[in-house]
Write a protein that binds this ligand. Structure first.
Ligand code: URA
Length: 259
């Protein structure tokens, strides 16, 4: 293979990995459009059986109600993690490698809420470990905090605990389904303040979008002071916005009473 072909092939492979196509499921690709009818479509049942079959059973499960029930039953963070691990109604779980629950020190005065795990987080099972996470660590260090700092800790989680395929935005039904777990997570972690990172988190927690307008303005979320901020991934794309992010970090520092 010529060198230019090699580099093109490598770039294509990198691109696929970036999109999340990281696992070979079969040795050869399968064209789902060409599957025989018997495999592609389940046979419709006929006769009296048909009435009692699947659609009715599926329609009866309300995933949000199930999530509320499972989350409310969890009495501590370990139980909440177990409840999430056993929650089967979110399709994202089936495509993800790990449950990404939290990082940092539970009980920290500030809880940071991101959007959803990406490829690196899915691989490691911890939130914010990729490039955006490294920037987040630097931002926190600039105000004297860190996820492993016992004297000035933070606690970190995401709106969604499973990676959406190809890093697409979380869907409203996925957010609605996982929100009861997030609310319970906040109640059990007992932070004094929340940082809401980015538009998706603002949508999930405040029911509002427009992070450029929301950021920097303290608001109430589940009875706690909450600060919407630009997401570190946005700051990587728009370094000029780091000025506003720095102002927000100072506001956070002052709110936490850090000297
Ligand atoms: N972005 C997020 O919002 N959360 C992560 O865990 C990683 C990237």
């Amino acid at each position: 293979m010529e060198s230019s072909q090699f580099h093109t092939a490598l770039a294509l492979l990198d691109w696929q990995v970036e999109l999340g196509a990281t696992e070979a499921i079969c040795d050869a690709p399968v064209n789902c459009y060409e599957l025989p009818d018997t495999l592609a479509k389940p046979k419709a049942a006929t006769g009296p059986q048909a009435v009692s079959q699947a659609p009715k059973a599926a329609a009866e499960v309300d995933p949000v109600a199930e999530a509320k029930r499972a989350a409310a039953a969890a009495q501590d963070l370990d139980a909440l993690r177990d409840a999430l691990a056993g929650f089967e109604h979110c399709a994202l779980k089936r495509g993800a490698r790990s449950l990404v629950f939290s990082d940092g020190i539970a009980g920290a005065p500030v809880m940071i809420i991101g959007e959803a795990p990406g490829r690196d987080e899915d691989r490691e099972g911890r939130p914010f470990v990729g490039r955006a996470g490294q920037l987040l660590d630097k931002m926190l260090a600039a105000i004297g905090r860190g996820r492993t700092d016992e004297n000035a800790p933070v606690y970190i989680t995401n709106v969604l605990p499973w990676r959406p395929p190809q890093n697409r935005d979380p869907q409203p039904d996925e957010i609605a389904m996982m929100r009861p777990f997030l609310e319970r997570h906040i109640a059990l972690a007992k932070p004094q303040a929340l940082v809401i990172m980015g538009n998706i988190s603002a949508q999930a927690l405040l029911g509002k979008r427009g992070i450029t307008r929301l950021r920097g303005n303290w608001t109430d979320c589940f009875g706690l002071p909450a600060l919407p901020m630009f997401h570190p991934a946005y700051l990587l794309r728009q370094p000029a916005a780091k000025r506003e992010a720095w102002a927000d970090l100072l506001s956070l520092k002052a709110r936490l009473g850090d000297g």
